[in-house]
Design a protein. Structure first.
Length: 305
């Protein structure tokens, strides 16, 4: 009999997972406070990019909700490199600050690499400093970039053991693609990093038990690129016009064509509500880890990765 079945993937609820993680982090913060340590996170924003302002505000709210101390530093869009580097140096030297995040992108006249390089590696809760990148790549304790870390937590929760799985990471950015590949390699996955020059990306994707899409192109990954039953993690946050919502309105979509992929995948993250909420939760986790290490306290085992 020719029966038409429409499979439907499990929807990975990143919002609920992140809420539970933040709850646990709140407990760890309370335990640190009982030992005289209040984890402190400093966020630096240069200029008035509206999207960055929203992110920074959200970070401030999440920091306070977890019982941590938040420090917000705003510099004007025309701040000089020296001003920014001086601020980073003050934060490096401040014992109440355990984590430092300089919101990217920076205005064009500022060299992001130079600024990241100036952050004390042990306070680099973004995991962007070359020392942390190198430590991750060589299997040492490192601060790990928050978004890939969040993806890994979701994958472990879905799949348990990742060893031996075929993972395809689409995108080779320093913030997501490369650290994601390193984390999956550390889990003993067979890892392919695909990018804009990859030949026959669809065929490469079809091999994957795990697909991580982090390219920043709306709905690029098609349903027939997905191996039936694969786990799909969509890191993309793209704003596309949504005239059905009214003139000038937009909506968020990922890098994966969700409506297609959900028919084929075994599990998939939605956008919004998938990876996004994990990033801030992991930033808080990294701040707890940093505060612990800086005070000679072992980081909480459930936050270890
Ligand atoms: N801008 C967008 N995402 C991020 C992030 O994870 N860290 C920093 N520092 N800036 C960002």
């Amino acid at each position: 009999m020719d029966q038409q079945t429409t499979a439907s993937a499990r929807i990975i609820d990143g919002k609920a997972f992140a809420a539970a993680l933040r709850e646990r982090i709140g407990g760890h913060v309370a335990a640190l406070k009982a030992q005289g340590v209040t984890p402190g996170l400093a966020v630096v924003l240069v200029g008035e990019d509206p999207a960055s302002e929203v992110y920074v505000r959200n970070k401030g709210v999440a920091t306070a909700a977890a019982g941590m101390q938040g420090f917000e530093h705003k510099l004007p869009a025309d701040a000089s490199e020296t001003e920014l580097l001086d601020l980073v140096a003050r934060l490096n030297a401040d014992p109440a600050v355990h984590g430092i995040l300089v919101q990217l992108p920076l205005p064009g006249h500022l060299d992001a690499d130079k600024v990241i390089d100036a952050i004390a590696p042990e306070k680099d809760v973004d995991g962007f400093h070359v020392q942390n990148v190198g430590r991750l790549a060589t299997g040492m304790d490192a601060m790990v970039s928050c978004t890939p870390l969040g993806c890994l937590m979701l994958l472990r929760d879905q799949l348990g053991e990742l060893s031996g799985k075929e993972a395809v990471v689409i995108g080779r950015s320093n913030i997501v693609g490369k650290p994601m590949a390193q984390l999956l390699l550390r889990e003993n996955c067979t890892v392919t990093i695909a990018h804009s020059r990859t030949k026959d990306l669809a065929a490469v994707c079809r091999r994957a038990d795990i697909v991580i899409a982090a390219v920043g192109r709306p709905k690029m990954v098609q349903g027939d690129w997905i191996k039936p039953g694969a786990t799909v993690i969509d890191v993309g946050i793209n704003r596309i016009p949504a005239p059905e919502r009214g003139e000038g309105k937009v909506r968020l979509v990922g890098d994966v064509d969700f409506d297609q992929a959900v028919q084929v995948a075994g599990a998939i993250t939605p956008v919004p509500g998938g990876v996004g909420p994990m990033t801030i939760a992991c930033l808080l986790a990294n701040t707890v880890i940093a505060a612990s290490r800086q005070n000679g306290i072992a980081p909480p085992a459930d936050l270890a990765y």
